[in-house]
Design a protein around this ligand. Structure first.
Ligand code: ADP
Ligand code: ZN
Ligand code: ZN
Length: 731
């Protein structure tokens, strides 16, 4: 009988595939191939083929193997995903209530990375062979090749300073031979002792404390140090310790802070550039980094949040710099906090995780206070420079004249800074020229047709743009509502409008706008950051892009054009976020030399956030904020989860969210708020409603949600339901 023949026994395996289903699918393993948990495979799924990974789930033995499809390809040159990474994927899925396959998708994002890069042709010296005639050019080629290694033809020609025809001649004479060589040599290793700066005593204490965290299982350390205190220098020494122990390091930065400057600083310390991982790197580099991380050739990765899902061979340290930054939270697909999941990854694998910030999140401060995190404080700047002196400008009394946005006090400050050869930075977190355009004749306001948001005028591009869906339209000559010509007026300022005012007031000054949407993309931005760093601009106008991580040594003055901008939100973290942003941005002033000045233009000079900034009493601000959170049962003393319902039909979406709220199982521990129309009531043509569940810290909110959503009504007819655990954004 065929079935009893052991040679015919078929192996089956459960494979996690990148789709939004709860579990794994079962497949047959192709004859002659073997798989283990973590093996990356390609499998048929409906009409397509998808990349997946063999998972540690018992395959469904009840299924008749004859009915099963077969794994179509086994990537046997790629190391299997290790058990720690698989546990991490499961953990993140469980925490976010996402499908494990969708989390796995973040690991397997780069299909090209799964096959080794094809070797490239090169040339090598045939031993003992000599050319017929040794011309100077030939001599240079042979001298260059003295070490016996293979070269690409063009690389060799360049290095020897000859044309490729010289090399072709040597090939013809069989002095050289063609060989295949690896497409990319492994990257050079960071050098531990390349150039270590002498540390200040406070830095040395932190470094010793961090070094002591290694080899003791999972520890979380928080470096709370003022801007310019040398947090980067301190965690570089922790990287050195990880390298000493042969472990890989991941440094997570908010995407926006990933700059050339940071890479250069790494290079100055370790002699080589680290690998980069973010949305702007090329497919080829992405593949190389992925493979290098998996093989262990790449030892240090500097990346945006998605780098957390790279398949490190032996990860031993994660650093989350600017840990308070909301950019670490991903809101779409699988909503997760890269900071919190970094702590989880360290915990699962038993290695230290370092969080660093000049303005830590309230969550991390509380974790340090109760002893869950180890705290290292750096209260002074490394240069000894004093923190900037801050002044509030009360816009009700001392504001600018009509049609202007910069108060006389600020203008004076810029003028004297300019006269002394210093740089000024004006910060306004609004891209474009004006946030609202209206018709003077009929009052028509330009709104996005797909979102409940005003269209923002971008004057350089002559367009009206929606910042939520990207919709663009040309600025019309006539009002679309009353047809009046030339009746449109711009309301309020964006960075472009501030730049206009600055150029009018300081016609001689070199003015530069730094905003993520300026034409030319990240390369231009990198160049412009460098220009500022080197003193090639006098007055810089920037969005939050400039607030993060940069070191502009000549920056003397920082003016916050609208300090109240973040305070109005219905967001429980509005005060915290505004404090962090403004402390960071004003912290750009006088970092190296001291003597920095900061001006806050505000209509709320008595607001606790503004007062805390002025008195630089950071501790008092955090204590007040912590008490307010405790009293309200907000994070970290309580837990939050948002449920967002969206759909193309408003009434239907609203009706569904009400039905969902009614179906919520009664539970004393859980407070359910909503449904309420979202602050962004419509995005991309979808109407949005929000529910918010609150519970005490120890409560298993995920279990509650799972129960609720599995017993409650199911979304139909184009409705979408998204769960956001620990929401950071409340739009
Ligand atoms: P932070 O990350 O805390 O804002 P940085 O690490 O960027 O601070 O340091 C601020 C500046 O001070 C940088 O120019 C850095 O090179 C310099 N710096 C920091 N520590 C030292 C040190 N021990 N010796 C000399 N320069 C230092
Ligand atoms: Zn009109
Ligand atoms: Zn829109």
């Amino acid at each position: 009988m065929l079935f009893d023949d052991p040679d015919f026994q078929e192996t089956i395996a459960s494979v996690l595939v990148p789709v939004a289903v709860a579990g794994a699918y079962t497949y047959k393993v192709p004859p002659g191939k073997s798989v283990v948990p973590g093996t990356i495979v390609k499998v048929p799924l409906g009409p397509r083929e998808v990349i997946g990974a063999v998972w540690d789930i018992e395959p469904d033995a009840a299924i008749n193997p004859k009915k099963l499809k077969t794994i179509s390809h086994v990537y046997d040159t790629t190391p299997p995903l290790d058990a720690d990474l698989r546990r991490f994927v499961d953990w993140v899925a469980n925490w976010t209530l996402g499908a494990p396959g969708m989390v796995l998708r973040m690991v397997l994002r780069s299909e090209e990375a799964l096959e080794p890069e094809a070797p490239v042709p090169g040339v090598r010296r045939i031993e003992g062979a000599e050319p017929e005639r040794l011309t100077p050019a030939r001599g240079r080629v042979l001298a260059t090749m003295e070490d016996g290694f293979a070269w690409t033809k063009s690389g060799l020609a360049h290095a020897a300073g000859v044309s490729t025809s010289v090399i072709d001649g040597l090939l013809q004479q069989e002095v050289l031979e063609t060989v295949l060589m690896p497409a990319a040599p492994p990257p050079p290793k960071p050098q531990l002792d390349y150039a270590q700066k002498p540390l200040t005593p406070a830095q040395q204490v932190a470094v010793d404390g961090l070094t002591a965290c290694f080899g003791k299982g999972s520890t979380v350390a928080l470096i709370d140090g003022v801007t310019g205190s040398g947090k980067t220098e301190v965690y570089f020494e922790a990287i050195a310790e990880a390298l000493r122990r042969g472990k890989q390091t991941l440094v997570l930065l908010p995407e926006i802070a990933l700059t050339e400057q940071f890479l250069r600083r790494f290079e100055q310390r370790f002699g080589v550039y680290p690998a980069e991982w973010h949305s702007q790197i090329t497919v080829k580099n992405r593949s190389r980094v992925w493979r290098g991380v998996a093989s262990g050739d790449v030892q240090v990765v500097i990346g945006a949040r998605s780098a957390l899902f790279l398949p490190f061979k032996d990860l031993g340290l994660i650093i989350v710099d600017e840990e308070h930054d909301a950019a670490f939270k991903q809101d779409d697909r699988v909503p997760y906090s890269a900071r919190d999941m970094a702590v989880v990854r360290g915990h699962l694998s038993g290695f230290p995780v370092i969080l660093a910030s000049a303005t830590p999140s309230v969550e991390s401060i509380v974790n340090a206070e109760v002893g869950r995190y180890k705290l290292f404080e750096l209260p002074e700047r490394a240069s000894g420079a004093a923190l900037p002196e801050l002044t509030a400008i009360d816009m009700r009394q001392d504001g600018p004249e009509r049609g202007r946005w910069l108060a006389p006090g600020l203008v004076q400050g810029i003028a004297s800074t300019y006269a002394e050869g210093g740089q000024s930075l004006l910060f306004l977190n609004r891209r474009g020229y004006a946030p609202l355009t209206l018709c003077r004749t009929c009052g028509h306001r330009f709104q996005c047709a797909h979102c409940s948001a005003w269209l923002v005028e971008h004057r350089f591009q002559k367009k009206l743009v929606c910042h939520h869906c990207g919709h663009q339209e040309p600025v019309p000559k006539a009002c679309p509502s009353c047809q009046s010509v030339d009746s449109l007026v711009a309301c309020g300022p964006g960075v472009e409008r501030i730049a206009e005012e600055v150029s009018e007031r300081f016609p001689q000054a070199r003015v530069l706008v730094l905003s993520s949407d300026i034409a030319g993309g990240p390369d231009r931005l990198k160049r412009e950051m460098k220009i500022v760093e080197e003193g090639g601009a006098d007055i810089v106008i920037g969005t939050q892009l400039v607030a993060k991580g940069h070191n502009f040594p000549l920056m003397k003055l920082v003016g916050v054009v609208d300090a109240d901008l973040g305070l109005a939100h219905g967001d429980p973290r509005a005060a915290e976020k505004t404090f962090q942003l403004l402390a960071q941005v004003t912290g750009r002033a006088g970092r190296v030399t001291g003597g920095g000045k900061g001006f806050l233009q505000t209509y709320n000079a008595d607001h606790p956030v503004i007062r805390a900034l002025l008195s630089s009493d950071k501790k008092a601000f955090y204590q007040a904020e912590i008490e307010a959170r405790r009293a309200a049962g907000l994070p970290p003393f309580g837990r939050l989860a948002a449920v967002i319902v969206s759909g193309p039909d408003r009434t239907f979406a609203e009706g569904f969210s009400r039905a969902l709220a009614r179906a919520a199982p009664p539970d004393q521990a859980v407070t359910l708020l909503g449904p309420a129309e979202a602050a962004l009531a419509m995005v991309r043509g979808r109407y949005r409603f929000r529910l918010l569940a609150m519970a005490p810290r120890q409560y298993d909110l995920q279990a509650y949600l799972r129960h609720w959503l599995s017993t409650g009504p199911k979304p139909t007819k184009g409705l979408r339901l998204q769960v956001d655990i620990d929401p950071q954004h409340f739009l």
